[in-house]
Design a protein around this ligand. Structure first.
Ligand SMILES: O=C(O)CCC(=O)C(=O)O
Ligand SMILES: [Fe+2]
Length: 304
């Protein structure tokens, strides 16, 4: 299948007609990437100077911004540069939120903004442990941030000033990935679940959903035979383009590229047009039991 669903908009406030919106939603929720080839995020001359990788803490993949607490992490540089970085990321967060709200109005009431990130470090040749290696195919699941079934929706923009594309690969549909990896995953240990919380390894209690998703994420990345043999599609994501993707569902790998902005959103799976496509409901159907924590476990705890 063609992984990209192109949408011809060229500014962050563009409205599209209802039919286009429904088509895009159908594609997005069924595992395609909504691709906006002409949607750029313009930087001022001053802001272009902020793209130096030396402004990112060498231990991290990116600089991140939390729109709820207004805190930025992983940034180096002068007080002025850090203030400019923050303004840049705040603006991206606002524009990405506006974009999703206008493209997919039905999500609006339910959308929770997560982190904004600025990724100025070249992907290819970056060294990391296998679990952190995003150049291996994976579905997203964050070890410290349980989502209790909420969707992970991400907006990316390639802001490379030298004309260099970001190269991604995508793999199998979520159902196929889950069918392959789920049988080998043991059930969650409740002792481990509470110890993780006690020692603050997770921000809130890890749900069974997060246990299975994290295991799928880790096992996909660890299995080199799988990485090499699975059928992949290579995507060239040019500079001055943006894309929207459910990264908890779409098996993806970032192969090369430098300079991107990204905004994460969380959405309850019940807010989808096609809830049956949510990884939560796919896994629950396969395992024949519920995977969420019913009491007090809301994703907002994780984005604080
Ligand atoms: O930086 C990218 O292009 C995507 C990397 C990735 O897989 C992720 O952030 O989950
Ligand atoms: Fe990812």
């Amino acid at each position: 299948m063609d992984m990209l669903k192109p949408l011809a908009i060229d500014n962050w406030k563009d409205v599209i007609n209802k039919e286009c919106s429904l088509e895009a939603i159908h594609a997005l929720e069924h595992g395609k990437i909504v691709f906006l080839p002409h949607l750029n995020f313009a930087l001022s001359a001053d802001e272009n100077n902020l793209l130096s990788p030396t402004l990112t803490d060498p231990k991290r993949k990116n600089i991140s911004f939390n729109p709820h607490s207004d805190e930025m992490h992983g940034a180096r540089g002068s007080v002025l540069q850090r203030a400019q970085l923050k303004i840049l990321m705040q603006r991206y967060c606002q524009q990405a939120l506006g974009l999703i709200n206008t493209l997919f109005p039905a999500y609006q009431k339910h959308l929770i903004a997560g982190r904004t990130s600025l990724r100025t470090v070249e992907i290819s040749g970056r060294r990391s442990s296998y679990k952190k290696d995003d150049s291996r195919l994976h579905v997203d699941s964050f070890a410290a941030t349980p989502v209790n079934g909420f969707r992970i929706l991400r907006v990316f923009t390639n802001i490379n000033p030298h004309g260099v594309a970001r190269i991604w690969q995508t793999g199998e549909p979520f159902n196929t990935v889950a069918t392959r990896f789920l049988p080998e995953i043991p059930s969650m240990s409740t002792v481990e679940q509470h110890l993780l919380r006690l020692f603050k390894i997770t921000k809130v209690l890890r749900s069974p959903y997060d246990h299975f998703m994290l295991n799928i994420h880790d096992r996909m990345k660890k299995d080199m035979a799988y990485q090499q043999s699975v059928i992949k599609t290579t995507l060239t994501l040019p500079p001055k383009s943006s894309w929207i993707v459910y990264t908890d569902q779409v098996s993806h790998a970032a192969i090369s590229g430098q300079h991107a902005l990204e905004q994460t959103f969380y959405l309850p799976p019940t807010a989808l047009y096609y809830p049956e496509t949510a990884p939560l409901f796919v896994l629950e159907k396969m395992l024949k039991h519920s995977l969420t924590l019913k009491d007090k476990q809301v994703v907002s705890a994780a984005v604080e």
